[in-house]
Design a protein around this ligand. Structure first.
Ligand code: ADP
Ligand code: F6P
Length: 472
């Protein structure tokens, strides 16, 4: 097995099933922020990516993707249920997102989560060269840093949490809270989207381990673990190039024509997840229609909701509720050939997304809680025309950077309604000024800047970043 000097460890490999099975491999991103972000920086990097291919049973033999070697980790059906659907996505995911859905604690999930983390750590230890850097991603693999340190003390270990990391009041509910904190603190550098998260970790390390901790360093077992905020971003250059591609420009014209040239178009694009605030948004839109502030003849909502984690009951129930509500709204307010909402429950290509973003008069991104939300950034990057308005939840990590958006509290349906109207009715000058400021910010804070900042902090010398971030 070839050993690499950079190893990425993430729950998922950046492939979907068909790409993995048919051998004709190209980067096929599974919808989700993490693989999109890492995909952008790793295409030309001689690294190894350790992850799960999304299927149960024997791990497939996978060809390299560009310069990246893929090292699959196999999961059994019981492991998929206990580790991925159970502890990761029914315990940690809801708890870390402000418990907007009640977290489920099932004792037997813990052992599966622990043993799958051990397998990921062993796979990383196997493919990492001497003194390599290993970059572990997200809440699925929170125990891996410490496990890896025990197996390979020579490694430089980074951990990055893509989702929010909650305050002690919430985290303290976790039955296995001490192990989870110790697991992360096996890293040399723990990165988060927001500074508040680093502060939360410091408080928890003091409380649970009696560690000496500040918002940028925690001393544990005589070792200093650095912490900090590194807001993740997108491949701005890719999205800008897509937006101006002739076939995409044609798609935009076609979409505008199909939706009705004279209509104001609102667009939302989400994984179908209860953290994304889709139900609150539909309630606000229904009330705007009911009150006559918005009329089907002059306004339309396009809601893309790509299926996600469909074997988890709460996700299936959510899908049923959303589809019921879209049906009710269209039944009540739609006209023949003119629905109030176009609802699309399917994956889109990057080009189709770039076209859709450019069709929006108002992009509506209103999660109840989100680590970052890359859709908001993709929308801003796609607007080469400098037009369009962004309605953005205060509870998305992106709000800290895109402060010129129309910010909203999505838990407050009245605020949501008023903000949607404000964005729809804003003057072209106001929208353009806001968009320009956000585009300026993004141009300097793209995905390469994120990786460079993180890796530079990880090894202190900048050598890792220079070596691996091709376009640095
Ligand atoms: P999360 O990581 O919670 O899914 P983000 O907004 O950060 O949320 O990332 C979502 C990513 O998934 C974005 O890159 C977006 O373009 C992509 N995506 C969302 N919906 C679709 C879809 N229908 N088809 C393909 N990609 C999608
Ligand atoms: O960080 C959020 C996250 O869990 C990522 O790991 C992933 O990009 C995305 O959500 C999609 O989730 P899943 O891998 O469960 O489909």
């Amino acid at each position: 097995m070839r050993q690499s000097s950079l190893v990425v460890v993430a729950n998922r490999l950046p492939l979907d099933d068909s790409a993995a099975r048919d051998g004709a491999c190209e980067w096929r991103r599974s919808p989700g922020g993490l693989s999109g972000a890492l995909h952008a920086i790793l295409q030309q990097t001689p690294a190894t990516w350790v992850g799960w291919d999304g299927e149960v049973g024997l791990a497939p033999r996978l060809p390299d993707l560009g310069a990246v070697r893929l090292r699959p980790v196999a999961l059994t059906a019981a492991e998929q249920a206990g580790y991925y659907e159970g502890f990761a996505n029914s315990t940690l995911w809801p708890l870390y997102h402000d418990a907007v859905q009640q977290p489920v604690f099932q004792r037997e999930w813990w052992e599966t989560y622990r043993s799958v983390n051990q397998r990921f750590a062993e796979a990383a230890a196997e493919v990492a060269g001497k003194h390599a850097a290993v970059w572990v991603q997200d809440y699925h693999l929170q125990l891996v840093p410490q496990m890896l340190r025990e197996l390979r003390p020579d490694l430089l270990i980074g951990f990055f949490m893509h989702v929010p990391f909650p305050p002690p009041e919430l985290f303290m509910q976790l039955p296995r809270r001490v192990e989870l904190i110790r697991g992360m603190l096996g890293a040399d550098l723990v990165g988060f989207q927001r500074e508040q998260a680093a502060h939360n970790l410091a408080q928890l390390a003091q409380k649970l381990l009696g560690a000496e901790a500040s918002d940028d360093a925690i001393i544990v077992d005589g070792r200093t673990v650095r912490t900090g905020a590194f807001p993740v971003s997108i491949d701005v250059a890719e999205m800008r190039a897509l937006a101006t591609r002739p076939d995409v420009v044609k798609q935009v014209e076609q979409l505008r024509h199909d939706l009705g040239e004279a209509k104001r178009v609102l667009v939302s694009v989400d994984r179908l997840d209860y953290t994304k605030g889709i139900e609150h948004r539909l309630t606000a839109y229904r009330e705007l229609l009911r009150d006559g502030h918005v009329k089907v003849r002059d306004t339309v909502l396009v809601q893309v909701a790509v299926p996600s984690r469909e074997r988890v009951e709460s996700y299936r129930e959510l899908r049923d509720r959303i589809e019921g509500e879209v049906g009710r709204i269209n039944g009540e307010y739609g006209r023949v050939g003119e629905p109030a909402i176009h609802y699309l429950n399917q994956p889109f290509t990057r080009a189709q997304l770039a076209a859709l973003y450019q069709t929006a008069d108002v992009m509506v991104v209103t999660p109840l809680r989100d680590g970052m939300n890359l859709v908001a950034k993709e929308f801003v990057a796609a607007r080469e025309d400098g037009a369009g308005a962004l309605v953005l939840s205060e509870f998305a990590g992106a709000a800290a950077e895109l402060s010129q958006a129309f910010l909203v509290n999505p838990h407050d349906v009245d605020d949501l309604k008023q903000t949607l109207l404000r964005a729809l009715e804003a003057s072209p000058e106001d929208r353009a000024a806001r968009m320009e400021a956000m585009r300026r910010h993004l141009a300097e804070h793209d995905i390469l800047a994120w990786a460079r900042a993180y890796l530079t902090e990880l090894d202190h010398t900048g050598r890792l970043a220079r070596r691996f971030i091709g376009r640095a």
